[in-house]
Design a protein around this ligand. Structure first.
Ligand code: ZN
Length: 219
């Protein structure tokens, strides 16, 4: 707790907390109802799943899905906690980079939004996430590719490499050698300049490189 609130009375702190939390759209009203319904349906659905009652489980999980879909997407405007705002920023950055298919993107997005809303709305979940995050921060983190030994450049992630048409040279004049094909449409490949090592996304036909870059970004 910041020191300026240490000596305030409990009533004063409760009033201030209420004022801060009033910025959230999920605290009361229909969105709070949807959230409670989703949590209960997920809990019941998982319990049914564990007891082998698959049809019943599906019914509950579908109810949870419908409730989650009724929630407005969390934004800086409809949430209150500063960490929710940070997670929203990470969410937007992530989905700006991720190039998976629409099915998986929408599933991941629903899950990410649900976690952000839970964090914003629900003090116990906020506490759990805070504690786990603090523990991870203290433990440190092995960077991408270090333990795997072979660092992959995946087609489903936008690394921001410049785009060249097949047969075009590197900006240094060197030849771009194709390293491998990316699993994305339009079919593109990863290339590396033989001279300076610059990495490119290489598209298989001629035309305006920026146009293709835009087409790929929109997928
Ligand atoms: Zn080069």
């Amino acid at each position: 707790m910041p020191s300026k609130w240490m000596n305030a009375s409990r009533d004063e702190r409760a009033a201030e907390l209420e004022r801060r939390r009033s910025r959230s759209a999920y605290l009361e009203g229909p969105h709070a109802d949807s959230l409670r319904l989703a949590k209960a349906a997920i809990r019941d659905g998982v319990a049914k799943l564990r007891s082998g009652n698959i049809l019943s489980a599906l019914m509950f999980l579908n109810r949870a899905r419908r409730a989650v879909e009724r929630l407005p997407e969390p934004t800086v405007e409809n949430t209150w906690h500063p960490n929710s705002h940070r997670m929203i920023e990470v969410r937007d950055w992530f989905f700006g980079k991720c190039r998976l298919g629409d099915e998986r993107i929408s599933l991941f997005r629903m899950a990410a939004n649900f976690v952000i809303v839970l964090y914003d709305y629900d003090p116990p979940y906020r506490h759990m996430i805070d504690e786990a995050k603090a523990r991870l921060d203290a433990a440190g983190w092995t960077p991408c590719g270090e333990e795997d030994l072979i660092r992959h450049d995946w087609g489903w992630w936008d690394y921001g490499y410049p785009v060249k048409a097949e047969g075009e040279s590197c900006d240094c004049g060197g030849r771009i050698e194709i390293s491998y094909r990316l699993r994305m449409r339009p079919k593109a490949r990863r290339g590396r300049c033989k001279e300076c090592g610059t990495v490119y996304t290489v598209r298989p036909w001629r035309g305006d490189a920026n146009q293709v870059s835009q087409a790929m970004l929109s997928r």
